[in-house]
Design a protein around this ligand. Structure first.
Ligand code: MN3
Length: 205
């Protein structure tokens, strides 16, 4: 018995992340790209059930790789959508008494310097991947972590994702074309700091 995935509904309308991310871009990213990862995962699950019955080792090996890719993508996108918030609903605004912000200031000195550092790090992605801010449960510190392709942070057991930024070209190209850095600079205007703070509090408690 396998559990099929369904596309999570967004907490906002496709046009609500304007002007940082356009309605067309978010609509395609959510209803086409994210949906496609889910449809593919669900289809692979059916094939996996058959491969198990047939004890087909080669089929099982290739399906496992593809299942990981598509489920990882779903996990990453599900965090990404929650990490974003329309400006009119408080996107980009730093909440008062945020434990996450206190930790950022301890480690980076200021939110501005943290953002600058994050942008420098995420610009280093070659090809497709994600730039993540994670909480390390062993060192009890925040870290930047790059994950390749659709690998989710969840594959590393001591790390908890706080912020996952999609570095795939489909996440920004329709709006920013060849100027990728503008995507990474502008996105802070729609960051859902309240969501990040909630994730940090859960991870560090
Ligand atoms: Mn994406």
């Amino acid at each position: 018995m396998t559990t099929k995935l369904t596309l999570p509904k967004l907490d906002y309308e496709y046009a609500d992340l304007e002007p940082v991310l356009s309605e067309e871009l978010i609509k395609i990213h959510h209803s086409k790209h994210h949906q496609n990862y889910i449809d593919t995962y669900n289809k692979l699950l059916d094939e996996f059930d058959i491969a198990k019955v047939e004890n087909d080792i080669n089929k099982i090996a290739s399906l496992t790789t593809n299942l990981k890719f598509n489920l990882g993508s779903h996990i990453n996108h599900s965090i990404y959508w929650k990490n974003l918030c329309p400006i009119k609903n408080g996107g980009g605004q730093i909440p008062e008494n945020s434990n996450l912000i206190k930790q950022i200031i301890i480690q980076w000195g200021s939110v501005e310097y943290f953002k600058e550092d994050f942008i420098n790090q995420i610009m280093k992605i070659q090809g497709s991947g994600w730039g993540n801010l994670v909480y390390n449960k062993i060192t009890k510190c925040l870290e930047y972590l790059e994950t390749k392709d659709q690998d989710p942070v969840a594959l590393k057991s001591n790390l908890v994702p706080i912020l996952c930024i999609d570095g795939w070209e489909h996440a920004w190209y329709l709006k920013y074309r060849n100027v990728k850095k503008s995507y990474y600079t502008e996105i802070w205007k729609i960051i859902n700091w309240a969501d990040l703070d909630k994730r940090f509090n859960e991870a560090s408690s």
